[in-house]
Design a protein around this ligand. Structure first.
Ligand code: G4F
Length: 330
């Protein structure tokens, strides 16, 4: 029988890679998209015609129950979330409602309908926040430092409560940074790859950046969505930390990107103190041992390969006039 996967946040980076993976495996893929955002379905490019789209207000418990009941999904992947961390300071309550509200309503719908649907909750390394030890595992204490991390933690606990109390097959993937050419350019990887490509092509002459010493565990989005799927195929519902286990600085990132286009980054990059985030002295780095052992999951794309892919993609899209040197689609 054909399996049905229901995905919220299908038009985002992870939604694209997860849809591709599931379609390749023969799933029927259904995206729950708010009626006001149906235009964003075109972001799925060649996949747009291969998935089904169900217009649903994620803020409506009734609409979600109806959608889950009529679709009877084998698996639900709850990816929908505002994902740019600094923006969560501007609208903490909206961030909380979108992240926690959607997770809670979907979990409640699954429980009330008595379905055996398996549930994936997209969690984030931001729930660890001000860590006291590195690397992090699913047992590391959670100390989020921003409204985004706090909202993700609330959604995580809501999922755990539904698993413990009602026996739902539900799990959280606590994902560290994962990137691709589909990342919007406000995130640091695409910001840098786009700048390096645009400067190489003579379309820009410099780039402003925040904290060059900030460190992250950067992996490839295509690898990380594979872990999501594997979590729902396991015998037991458990939470997993998903990351490469390797830390790099933003300086490493800039240097690797400009190396790809044979430029000396120090001639083009300037620090803008307004872009430096407060309270970022802690080291968020995954210990993915459990995922490697239980799920046989292993990241395939190295940091260097990832950056090369981003820069090459931005060079091509700029040359083809598909994006502007500052990133907007054109
Ligand atoms: O690319 P970023 O904006 O991603 P961030 O904040 O780590 O969050 C991403 O990963 C999380 C973990 O998976 C997700 F939960 C979240 O939704 C999102 O996908 O920033 C990465 C690092 C930070 O340390 C930031 O301070 O880069 C540093 N940085 C330095 N200069 C900058 C800049 N980040 C941005 N966006 N722009 C800069 O100019």
């Amino acid at each position: 029988m054909t399996k049905t996967a229901l995905i919220t946040g299908i038009t985002g980076q992870d939604g694209y890679y997860l849809s591709k993976l599931l379609l390749d495996k023969g799933y029927r893929v259904v995206g729950l998209v708010p009626p006001g955002r149906l235009g964003s379905v075109s972001k799925l490019d060649e996949l747009a015609d291969q998935v089904d789209i169900c217009p649903v207000a994620l803020t409506s418990a009734d609409e979600l129950i109806e959608a889950v009941y009529s679709l009877q999904p084998t698996e639900i992947y709850n990816l929908a979330a505002p994902s740019f961390v600094p923006a969560s300071w501007e609208d903490p309550l909206g961030t909380l409602d979108l992240i926690t509200g959607t997770a809670t309503r979907l979990l409640k719908a699954t429980r009330q309908l008595g379905l055996s649907t398996r549930f994936y909750q997209a969690s984030s390394s931001e729930i660890f926040g001000e860590v006291l030890s590195s690397p992090q595992t699913a047992q590391t204490p959670f100390r989020p430092k921003n409204p985004y991390g706090a909202a993700k933690l609330h959604a995580h606990w809501t999922m755990v409560h539904h698993r413990d109390r009602y026996g739902l097959f539900a799990c959280s993937g606590i994902l560290f940074n994962h990137e691709s050419p589909r990342r919007p350019p406000r995130f640091v990887t695409r910001k840098i790859s786009l700048a390096a490509a645009a400067i190489k092509l003579g379309m820009r002459d410099r780039m402003s950046i925040g904290n060059l010493d900030a460190k992250r565990d950067w992996g490839f989005a295509g690898d990380h969505v594979e872990a999501m799927w594997r979590m729902l195929q396991a015998d037991k519902a458990e939470d997993y930390v998903i990351g490469t286990g390797v830390l790099h600085t933003v300086r490493d990132l800039v240097s690797a990107a400009f190396d790809c286009v044979d430029l000396d980054w120090q001639k083009y990059v300037e620090v803008d103190s307004t872009l430096v985030r407060a309270d970022e002295h802690f080291q968020l780095v995954a210990d993915p041992t459990k995922a490697k052992e239980n799920l046989k999951w292993q990241p395939q794309v190295s940091f260097e390969k990832l950056i090369d892919t981003l820069v090459t993609s931005d060079l091509r899209r700029l040359e083809a006039g598909k994006i502007s040197p500052t990133g907007a689609a054109s």
